[in-house]
Design a protein around this ligand. Structure first.
Ligand SMILES: NC(=O)C1=CN([C@@H]2O[C@H](COP(=O)(O)OP(=O)(O)OC[C@H]3O[C@@H](n4cnc5c(N)ncnc54)[C@H](OP(=O)(O)O)[C@@H]3O)[C@@H](O)[C@H]2O)C=CC1
Ligand SMILES: Nc1nc(=O)c2c([nH]1)NC[C@@H]1CN(c3ccc(C(=O)N[C@@H](CCC(=O)O)C(=O)O)cc3)C=[N+]21
Length: 275
């Protein structure tokens, strides 16, 4: 089985982004945070660090876990009308009572570098230019980097969230895959996932995908990032079991994650260079 690392691809994207960022006014990304969730805060720190490395300015606007939907909405509107800010991202999870879907409508679509505004998802579905969520874009970038053929192939996505499953289904359809989206109510998940030439696991459940879920030779992309008891990170795929069946698998860590962060910054540099 081939291991599809995302590290070299992420480094190549960062190098390109550094050049794009240097070509015009310095791109500036604002990340709005209203959570105490450790995994989420880790991601924010890694964005800030990667941004510094490629010449993208990054402002973390931390409203704290007690922020109200109104405060978050006002912050997103203010950043959207600030001409010094080119990219705006709202980190999830959010405090109870605040809906990421509703609040993201306050992000200017031209600055919506994590494809969260419903308009961005709609444009993506309609085949119009828009920033896809960085994670969905990272899955496609990995498939392209490793020259995985999609035309006419069966792709199965496990998970239907707005951040991963739904936008990814559209991106795969655009590339002429035959796409099935499965979720927690899917009956006999293993029977569905076993039809996949390309299987994408984005459920957020450790070891959900075992050997019985994978067709021999399938390409498996593991989006899951589940914290382990020892402070590490594990995917949605039981990699030990699947290694004997799959043709290729992305590791966690070191797979989709680093590419996601790199693409978020690329989107920011492109947003800064929009006419
Ligand atoms: N590496 C990266 O860059 C990123 C990683 N992630 C990770 O990806 C995972 C998914 O994230 P996200 O989409 O935001 O999560 P959500 O919790 O929003 O969505 C999870 C989806 O998986 C489905 N699901 C849950 N349990 C099962 C099951 N037992 N069988 C089949 N489907 C199931 C849910 O179904 P239903 O709709 O029926 O509830 C839902 O559609 C998480 O581990 C997250 O941390 C997320 C973003 C970026
Ligand atoms: N609006 C929104 N968009 C997101 O994309 C989003 C979000 N909210 N909330 C939280 C999740 C989580 N997420 C990760 C991204 C990269 C890594 C990553 O790079 N992880 C490293 C390893 C980290 C380690 O070892 O601890 C890796 O996979 O190699 C992890 C997790 C994005 N998310």
């Amino acid at each position: 089985m081939k291991t599809l690392s995302g590290k070299d691809l992420a480094a190549a994207i960062r190098t390109q982004t550094e050049a794009e960022a240097a070509a015009g006014p310095q791109p500036r990304l604002a990340v709005v945070v209203a959570t105490a969730d450790e995994a989420s805060l880790w991601y924010v720190r890694s964005i800030a660090k990667a941004a510094a490395g490629v010449g993208v300015a990054c402002d973390v606007v931390d409203l704290g876990p007690r922020a109200t939907a109104e405060q978050i909405g006002q912050t997103l509107s203010r950043l959207s009308s600030d001409s010094n800010v080119h990219g705006v991202m709202l980190q999830t999870p959010l405090p109870a009572g605040a809906s990421a879907q509703e609040l993201a409508a306050s992000i200017d679509p031209r600055k919506d570098v994590d494809g969260a505004n419903p308009l961005s998802l709609g444009r993506l579905a309609a085949g119009l230019p828009a920033f896809p969520p960085a994670t969905a874009a990272a899955v496609m970038a990995l498939l392209d980097h490793y020259e995985v053929d999609l035309t006419g192939r069966r792709a199965v996505v496990v998970g239907r969230s707005t951040v991963v499953g739904k936008p990814l289904a559209h991106l795969l359809l655009d590339r002429h895959a035959t796409v099935t989206v499965s979720h927690s109510r899917t009956r006999d998940l293993a029977a569905v996932t076993s039809t996949a030439d390309v299987l994408v696991a984005a459920a957020g459940r450790a070891a959900l995908i075992g050997a019985g879920h994978v067709a021999p030779g399938a390409v498996v992309i593991d989006v899951g990032t589940n914290p382990t008891d020892d402070g590490g990170l594990t995917g949605d795929v039981d990699s030990g079991a699947v290694a004997g069946v799959a043709g290729a698998l992305t590791p966690v860590p070191g797979g989709v994650g680093p590419v996601t962060t790199a693409l978020l910054l690329r989107h920011t540099a492109r947003a800064a260079n929009l006419p």
